[in-house]
Design a protein around this ligand. Structure first.
Ligand code: CMC
Length: 458
């Protein structure tokens, strides 16, 4: 099996669009690039050299930053495919290890390939003992995502033999190491905050079972993994494994484009994921439900979310790409009910608020018109809380699932023909060249006038 999967292609249709600058008369013929499915893209690579202009697209609303064979999303129809396979089928028929193999290699594994892959991941789960000393240097009160950023970045100081990005084998070894060690690092960050002993991984258990055991067991007691909860964890990991060029994946690609080592790149992805508009939303959902506090306050919060003067948003609702029900949320909604049933929870006020909020928002004209449906974070937050994860661990779980996606994209980029440093340009709106004023003659007035003179001189 090759390092990177390359059996699909793109086609280029030359010169379909002509762009003319009315002021200078300069024009440029632009080709259209077609992928296999989904919107085509206008090839603007020669725009600057031929017209002297940049394209302007803050927030990447209309920009394809790369081509990729890993994940396809149709946000209007609510479709998500990993390597061509619908997420619904993967979530119901595969497990997380199989999905990791699929994302990394491009194909589902044969039974032998799967056994070998599981063996490799299982045998890379332990951390270098000195790395544990490094982890112990954090404050006990540190947010576990801060620990993840630091410890994952520090892996590059411990595993030098897998940081040569020009070697496909080292790229794969680094990928295996990160997928395997991420649950251990996450669980240790949690145990460290509690002041409990670290629980070592157990090679008899599956990836998700191991995660639950390292999180929730203590050496003084026997711990039986609940299979319903292990299945729910596996599903959460599958559904978070990749989501094409989202903020954290783009961060990993951007960091990796300079040739940085994979541990540093994934660490940068973790920082980007931490934000409340991205992976931090599952934590924000629970904080919002706690702030609502009682079902009688739900309407008040819905009204706030609809008020254009109020910055408040319903966390766990809406998505940049999905303008239909997030297919991942549909699957997790079902899992959420399975977990609640398994744990026999029938009196949790926060859960009641969540389920009622979901129903009210789904019927509200504002949310219907703006196509704001519950997203994956709405349900993952509720499931994780029900299983017993503290809120500050939610984004850590997202990061564990997304690690394989980050690595698949990083490998695709490094292994591709067209790999170059990513260097966006800008539309400059600052001062033109200003007159420098010596420190002893500077006053607020003279500095501002320097800017003014700079402006009128041009
Ligand atoms: N509550 C209330 N109004 C909203 C919400 C919301 N959750 N989301 C969007 N809107 C409104 C927004 O105010 C805007 O209204 P208007 O047209 O009047 O200006 C309109 O819907 C479009 O919003 P937008 O901000 O232009 O959309 P976006 O694509 O830039 O933002 C989003 C997408 C996910 C950042 C946003 O929906 C949001 O902030 N949601 C809450 C945070 C959240 O749940 N994030 C998790 C995303 S899923 C996990 C992941 O893949 O990372």
């Amino acid at each position: 099996m090759s390092d990177d999967h390359t059996n699909q292609s793109k086609t280029i249709e030359p010169g379909r669009f002509t762009l003319t600058d009315n002021k200078t008369g300069k024009s440029c013929e632009l080709s259209v690039i077609h992928g296999t499915v989904g919107p085509s893209a206008l090839d603007i690579r020669k725009l600057y050299s031929e017209t002297g202009m940049f394209a302007y697209d803050p927030g990447f609303m209309s920009t394809a930053s790369c081509d990729s064979q890993i994940t396809f999303i149709d946000g209007e129809k609510g479709i998500l495919l990993y390597r061509g396979y619908p997420i619904e089928e993967l979530a119901s028929k595969s497990d997380f290890m199989e999905v990791c193999y699929l994302l990394l290699h491009g194909d589902l594994p044969t039974p032998e390939e799967k056994a070998e892959f599981e063996h490799t991941i299982t045998h890379h789960t332990m951390l270098h003992d000195q790395l544990i000393d490094f982890l112990r240097g954090f404050m006990r009160s540190a947010h576990p995502m801060a620990i993840m950023v630091g410890v994952v970045g520090a892996l590059s100081a411990f595993y030098h033999d897998s940081t040569d990005i020009s070697d496909p084998r080292q790229r794969m070894v680094a990928s295996h190491r990160m997928i395997a060690k991420m649950p251990t690092i996450g669980a240790y960050a949690y145990k460290y905050a509690l002041g409990q002993p670290f629980v070592y991984p157990n090679n008899e258990l599956s990836y998700s079972e191991n995660l639950l055991r390292m999180m929730f067991s203590v050496p003084a007691e026997e711990y039986q993994v609940n299979p319903v909860l292990a299945k729910a964890m596996d599903r959460i990991l599958i559904l978070h494994a990749d989501h094409e060029q989202n903020a954290s994946t783009s961060t990993v690609r951007l960091a990796g484009s300079s040739g940085a080592n994979p541990f540093a790149c994934v660490s940068s992805g973790i920082t980007s994921l931490w934000g409340p508009f991205h992976g931090g939303a599952n934590e924000a959902v629970i904080k919002m439900l706690e702030a609502i506090g009682d079902k009688k306050h739900i309407q008040e919060f819905i009204d706030r979310a609809k008020n254009p003067q109020d910055p408040f948003r319903l966390m766990g609702f809406g998505h940049r790409v999905y303008k239909n029900y997030d297919p991942r949320a549909k699957i997790l909604r079902e899992t959420c009910h399975e977990v609640i049933h398994e744990l026999g929870i029938n009196n949790d006020p926060l859960l009641d608020i969540a389920l009622e909020l979901e129903q009210i928002a789904l019927k509200d004209d504002y949310f219907i018109e703006k196509k704001l449906y519950p997203n994956v974070d709405f349900y993952s937050g509720i499931i994780l809380r029900t299983i017993g994860f503290p809120t500050n661990m939610f984004t850590v779980i997202f990061a564990l699932g997304r690690t394989v996606g980050w690595l698949a994209h990083w490998k695709e980029m490094i292994g591709g023909d067209d790999h170059r440093i990513a260097r966006p340009r800008q539309l400059y709106t600052g001062d033109r060249q200003r007159q420098y004023i010596a420190a002893d003659s500077r006053s607020r007035h003279s500095i501002s006038w320097g800017g003014f003179w700079g402006k009128i001189r041009e």
